[in-house]
Design a protein around this ligand. Structure first.
Ligand SMILES: O[C@H]1[C@H](O)[C@@H](O)[C@H](O)[C@@H](O)[C@H]1O
Ligand SMILES: [Fe+2]
Ligand SMILES: [Fe+2]
Length: 301
């Protein structure tokens, strides 16, 4: 059954740009109570047509995401030697992929990018950087594409979590970590593991996937987007931190400031998922102007 989720209601607000200071944690977005399938959002236990596949996704993901693995992948992809293309070309490539880890959506990813961007744009009209951040936040899923070796879903999508320290119980399908080789490693199984209190998230190795990859692409291609945009992209799947409040002892003061923006963003990323389609051709000129403002024409991927 397809349930049409009503468009987010726009409530007047006068936000200031990122350097301007004032930060309204409630942009006026009215959170819908059900997803595209008529269920509550991120309910991993609810019987649904996606439940079994999502569970299997997390079994394999939690088994294979180790500290060594994530380090190796980062080294490999940091070279950005796979492709050369513009941001928009990458958006179009995502047209063919459905995210197997997502219990709330089974539409091609380009729909999700535009829905997120348009929803946040309605509530934060003056924050153009936030609109573009929303448009690009999941572009790292292009790792699924054959030109990137067609990486399997388990190392591209899904929630992310720190490696090199204990797996927090708030992580989705935590039970599957028991099969992960790091689970019993004495160096990694304590609360802090290899890290120190307030070391800063930049020092923490996070499970490998589309977040960290897109962060690298943005940074290495010298985007002029603000630091908050890079933080949002890099940690948007780190739900145990931004939704459950786990691992906060790893954050430094800068991370704490940035987290506020991530929490604003998350509302739009999660709750804009619906069967309401955005007219791509209509909105494309606006997003092209933002891409030209904040990115070079061609990027290395
Ligand atoms: O884009 C992904 C996807 O939607 C996943 O299902 C979710 O687990 C991740 O956190 C998110 O970043
Ligand atoms: Fe994502
Ligand atoms: Fe997303």
């Amino acid at each position: 059954m397809t349930v049409i989720v009503p468009e987010p209601v726009l409530v007047e607000n006068d936000q200031e740009v990122v350097d301007g200071g004032a930060l309204d944690l409630d942009g006026g977005f009215v959170v819908p109570d059900s997803n595209a399938f008529g269920h509550s959002f991120r309910d991993y236990e609810k019987e649904s047509q996606r439940k079994a596949a999502v569970e299997e996704f997390y079994r394999i993901n939690h088994l294979n995401q180790t500290y060594e693995f994530a380090k190796k992948k980062k080294e490999e992809y940091k070279k950005l030697s796979k492709a050369e293309m513009s941001i928009w070309e990458c958006c179009e490539l995502l047209n063919e992929f459905v995210d197997e880890s997502d219990p709330d959506l089974d539409d091609p990813q380009i729909e999700h990018l535009l829905q997120t961007a348009e929803a946040i744009r309605r509530d934060y009209p003056d924050h153009d950087w936030l609109h573009l951040t929303a448009l690009i936040h999941d572009l790292g899923k292009v790792l699924l594409h054959p030109s990137f070796g067609g990486e399997p879903q388990w190392c591209v999508v899904g929630d992310t979590f720190p490696l090199g320290c204990a797996f927090d119980e708030s992580i989705v399908h935590h039970q599957f970590f028991k099969e992960n080789p790091d689970y019993k490693n004495p160096a990694y199984k304590t609360k802090l593991g290899i890290y120190s209190e307030k070391c800063g998230l930049d020092k923490v190795t996070i499970s490998w996937g589309h977040d960290e990859y897109m962060y690298l692409v943005m940074k290495e291609n010298k985007t002029t987007l603000p630091a908050a945009a890079l933080f949002i992209v890099r940690f948007h799947s780190f739900y145990s931190l931004h939704r459950s409040g786990a691992y906060t002892y790893l954050m430094d003061d800068d991370d704490k400031e940035m987290l506020k923006w991530l929490q604003i963003f998350n509302k739009y990323d999660l709750y804009s998922k619906s069967k309401v389609r955005v007219d791509v051709e209509k909105v494309k000129p606006y997003y092209m102007s933002l891409i030209n403002k904040y990115f070079p024409e061609k990027l290395r991927w």
